[in-house]
Design a protein around this ligand. Structure first.
Ligand SMILES: *[C@@H]1O[C@H](CO)[C@@H](O)[C@H](O)[C@H]1NC(C)=O
Ligand SMILES: *[C@@H]1O[C@H](CO)[C@@H](O)[C@H](O)[C@H]1NC(C)=O
Ligand SMILES: *[C@@H]1O[C@H](CO)[C@@H](O)[C@H](O)[C@H]1NC(C)=O
Ligand SMILES: *[C@@H]1O[C@H](CO)[C@@H](O)[C@H](O)[C@H]1NC(C)=O
Ligand SMILES: *[C@@H]1O[C@H](CO)[C@@H](O)[C@H](O)[C@H]1NC(C)=O
Ligand SMILES: *[C@@H]1O[C@H](CO)[C@@H](O)[C@H](O)[C@H]1NC(C)=O
Ligand SMILES: *[C@@H]1O[C@H](CO)[C@@H](O)[C@H](O)[C@H]1NC(C)=O
Length: 564
């Protein structure tokens, strides 16, 4: 440090400079955000009239849609498609797209928005279950990972080859830079995952105490963030300690599945599940129940596949009752009917109302558990016609209308290369139902190297944690001696892999670091903290006090009065 910096005369100017910089920085940070804020509007009802375009149309503003008579639009749809010519798309930019769709020539059809860039095609950037006679909202997006070789064309295609006419209204394409996208996430985190606290300190007469020292320590986190575990965690204290240090939620990878608990008819065996439950319970880790039924016949016990309809009816009834009575109150959620958008083993055999029945029986057996549907390829991609956001919503509505007490939306999140704007758009739409949404099985495909898995994982975790409709995140990273399903956080010696570094980094980022200071002239000390449980220590002169503080979700400042 130069000697002159220590001179008393210069000190004043130094602190003035600091003040100047503080003001400048404050101003700069507050005004550094340029560009539009992301618009999370979403609609799931078919409307008589389309709403106005988001962002006034964004970069499509003033661009008339043109009906493509030749080229991709024509050949892909089998009918003419409205299309937008985009001559200025850039790589890395987050593009969010939305429009309203109506069809004629069929009662309803799944319509996909697509994009060609000359030398590549994005087969799906958003879908809507469109109808004739009313307008449906389509929302999605894309990011280009290589520059277009030609003018881009955004157009539409129905999933089946029937000859329909597609009409589009209020189309909007809005670009965001990576920084703008991130700024929106951070803003949501600040508003939804954190809260402002004001600690007021007074003496026994009620006089405010200034310069009382305050220190705050986060004891637990409100947001459930966890991983799948398997029986490999039993008898492995190193793995157990590693898990408990990080996570407050768990799900058993396979150990509650029907084939695990009843390998042969009537031979119930809950030994392993009991031991795993003992581990989570003794460590105050929240556990999801996964799953009661799995609609994929491959994962249905062989003996169950052999049953007659009557036998199967009895077997499913006793499966639900046995499992949920045994663990009543132990699991916060149950995935009742796993992957029913893709498979229908039980409905095929027991009739259309089977799932309805499952939910009713589950509700009776464990009224406190939140009952979930759980499926894949909903946020991961829109290529899968079985599990589009609208088909999921339609299925949820059908079940609820039939009387099912269905309280949660499970999104597995087995990603390939994630499409983050699409993920957000789908969450926006699902969020309109007002049900808790959990990302239940997140991982990145092992077709990618570990470094890339880490990068993609960070993208989807940031998107999930910052979306206001998401209530919990589970990773599908149960550790086995021979690795993991798709992605491990560590090697078998519990040394971090890139994905593990990402998780540790985010866990640290999303917790309240050391908070300490002094009360001001009003006897108040304010700070911002992630939701959770806290210990607050106050000291003044020779007096001190310790208080617990619970910080649940809420908009207003949380006030804590402490008297010494
Ligand atoms: C293309 O986009 C860049 C930045 O996104 C902008 O500066 C430029 O003006 C645009 N050009 C045209 C022709 O729209
Ligand atoms: C498409 O062409 C552009 C420009 O020639 C090139 O930079 C890019 O890598 C190509 N993308 C693919 C997927 O081939
Ligand atoms: C139940 O499962 C445990 C663990 O796999 C096994 O050791 C035990 O023999 C089983 N019990 C019965 C009665 O099959
Ligand atoms: C299924 O039924 C067939 C014919 O009755 C029988 O041979 C087979 O062993 C059964 N499989 C199981 C797993 O029970
Ligand atoms: C998806 O839907 C198609 C057509 O309805 C069906 O043939 C297929 O078996 C379904 N399941 C999966 C897993 O894709
Ligand atoms: C299915 O449930 C609905 C509504 O509860 C009922 O009206 C219908 O008769 C049921 N169908 C069958 C095949 O049980
Ligand atoms: C604590 O401090 C107060 C005021 O400074 C003094 O009157 C009192 O005797 C002290 N008590 C103890 C136990 O030191």
């Amino acid at each position: 440090m130069p000697r002159s910096m220590g001179c008393p005369a210069k000190n004043i100017s130094l602190s003035l400079k600091l003040l100047y910089w503080a003001v400048f920085l404050l101003h700069h940070v507050a005004s550094s955000y340029e560009g539009p804020w992301y618009d999370s509007a979403a609609y799931t009802e078919c409307k008589a009239h389309p709403e106005a375009p988001l962002y006034g149309g964004g970069i499509l503003q003033g661009q008339p849609d043109k009906v493509v008579e030749t080229g991709q639009g024509k050949t892909e749809t089998g009918a003419s498609s409205p299309a937008y010519v985009l001559d200025n798309l850039s790589t890395g930019t987050r593009y969010t797209f939305s429009c309203w769709v109506q069809i004629s020539g069929a009662e309803s059809a799944l319509v996909k928005a697509r994009l060609t860039t000359g030398n590549s095609t994005i087969g799906c950037l958003g879908t809507a279950l469109a109808r004739s006679g009313c307008w449906s909202f389509l929302k999605g997006g894309f990011v280009l990972d290589s520059p277009p070789s030609d003018t881009c064309l955004l157009y539409f295609k129905n999933a089946d080859p029937s000859k329909i006419e597609i009409s589009i209204a209020s189309a909007s394409l809005q670009p965001f830079t990576a920084e703008q996208w991130r700024a929106h996430q951070e803003d949501n985190i600040k508003k939804k995952r954190k809260r402002v606290v004001a600690v007021h300190v007074a003496d026994s007469q009620g006089n405010r105490l200034t310069q009382a020292s305050i220190s705050v320590e986060q004891v637990s986190k409100d947001f459930p963030f966890g991983s799948a575990i398997s029986k490999t965690i039993l008898g492995n204290p190193g793995y157990q300690a590693w898990f408990v240090e990080r996570f407050n939620a768990a799900v058993f990878e396979n150990e509650l599945k029907w084939y695990a608990t009843e390998p042969d008819p009537g031979r119930l065996n809950y030994t392993v599940a009991d031991q795993m439950l003992e581990f989570v319970r003794s460590n105050k880790v929240t556990a999801r129940g996964h799953n009661i039924f799995w609609e994929d016949p491959i994962y249905t016990p062989a003996w169950v596949r052999n049953l007659t309809c009557e036998e199967l009816g009895t077997a499913v009834e006793s499966r639900i009752r046995s499992l949920l009575n045994r663990y009543r109150g132990d699991f916060v959620h149950w995935d009742v009917s796993n992957e029913m958008l893709h498979f229908d083993f039980y409905e095929q055999r027991l009739g259309k109302n089977a799932t309805q029945q499952f939910f009713q029986t589950a509700q009776q057996s464990d009224p406190l558990a939140t009952l979930f549907m759980n499926d894949f390829n909903v946020i991961e991609t829109c290529d899968d016609a079985n599990s589009t956001v609208d088909s999921y919503i339609q299925r949820l509505r059908e079940l609820m209308k039939g009387g099912a007490v269905l309280e949660g939306i499970g999104l597995e999140g087995h990603f390939n290369r994630p499409n983050i704007p699409l993920m957000r758009a789908v969450l926006d739409k699902l969020g309109t139902l007002g049900l808790p949404i959990w990302l239940t099985e997140m991982d990145i495909s092992k077709v990618f190297d570990q470094q890339t898995q880490g990068l993609y994982l960070e993208d989807v975790l940031r998107e999930g944690f910052s979306h206001p409709a998401v209530n919990g995140i589970m990773l599908w990273t149960a550790l086995h001696p021979r690795g993991c399903y798709q992605m491990c956080l560590t090697d078998t010696n519990l040394r971090n892999l890139p994905a593990g570094d990402v998780v540790d980094g985010l866990l640290h980022e999303w917790e309240t670091k050391e908070v300490a200071g002094w009360t001001d002239d009003h006897g108040t000390y304010s700070f911002e903290a992630f939701l959770g449980e806290y210990k607050v220590r106050v000291a003044y002169g020779n007096k001190s006090a310790e208080s617990t503080l619970s910080l649940p979700r809420g908009e207003e400042t949380r006030h804590l009065n402490i008297q010494l």
